[in-house]
Design a protein around this ligand. Structure first.
Ligand code: CA
Ligand code: CA
Length: 268
């Protein structure tokens, strides 16, 4: 059982939902690792062809489509809510920028480019904006931008580490922040208002990559241990009832490495 400290913030009753989670890491390449999923289709990262590329396949695995073919590193795929587009990170000469392409890999266009580390795109429920994290200012913060790259907004503003946004279907953005001393799970409105601590990490550990279930009743997340291993956990959206879904002894590295852990989760 993971020792998550819940922070009571919301008392409304929530129904349970069956959930599964997938831990992914480029360290496991060339085996495909799921990174995003829409009904009937999985988009994922694999190094099977020499460097990191994006692929998609139907959920039954009967076919495979290679979406990128570049010498750069493509990671962090995120399907749009309507399944027509994919936002992703491309790392060129060590600089991570964001792009959007059609679901078949065509029509690639830039979304957010800066010398800072721009990563972890996540779509708004209506598909009109994408939130991401960047250290283009003094520290890692969460931003959102329109699909054409205009209308950039900074949603967090503090000295700490804010990253790993997940835009939930109820409009809130769930994310990670260490403003309270450890990397904990927070949530905020789509405009950055009402930033609220959801779950505090146990001593020495770090919580990363939260993802809320479609009915917003549960949050899956990665917990990185002080010993270097990690596990995938699931808890209620109010931070209560944390349970372990999967664990791995693989050591985690810094979040900007292409070989670091990327965890995403999906409700069945
Ligand atoms: Ca590539
Ligand atoms: Ca960049």
């Amino acid at each position: 059982m993971p020792s998550i400290t819940p922070v009571p913030t919301r008392g409304r009753a929530r129904k349970l939902a069956a959930a599964s989670a997938v831990l992914t890491t480029a360290l496991l390449a060339p085996a495909p690792v799921a990174s995003a999923r829409a009904p009937g289709r999985i988009v994922f990262v694999s190094e099977r062809d020499g460097n990191s590329e994006l692929y998609s396949m139907p959920s039954d695995g009967t076919s495979l489509t290679r979406l990128t073919s570049t010498p750069q590193t493509e990671i962090d795929p995120a399907l749009s809510p309507d399944g027509s587009r994919i936002a992703f990170t491309r790392i060129t000469d060590g600089n991570a920028d964001l792009y959007v392409m059609d679901v078949d890999g065509g029509n690639v266009r830039p979304l957010a480019a800066h010398t800072g580390s721009d990563r972890y795109p996540t779509w708004s429920p209506d598909g009109s904006r994408i939130a991401f994290r960047s250290n283009r200012s003094k520290s890692f913060e969460i931003y959102s931008v329109r699909l054409d790259g205009t209308g950039l907004q900074r949603l967090t503003d503090n000295e700490g580490f804010d990253s790993d946004p997940f835009w939930a279907r109820d409009g809130r953005i769930v994310f990670v922040s260490d403003r309270s001393g450890t990397r904990d799970i927070w949530a905020m409105g789509p405009d950055g208002r009402n930033q609220t601590l959801i779950a505090r990490a146990p001593g020495g550990g770090q919580l990363r990559f939260p993802a809320e279930s479609p009915d917003d009743s549960q949050i899956a997340f990665a917990q990185l241990k002080p010993t270097g291993g990690y596990e995938m956990d699931l808890m209620g959206a109010d931070g209560t009832g944390a349970t372990q879904l999967a664990a791995s002894p693989i050591s985690a590295t810094d979040d900007d490495s292409s070989s670091d852990i990327a965890a995403k989760s999906y409700c069945l």
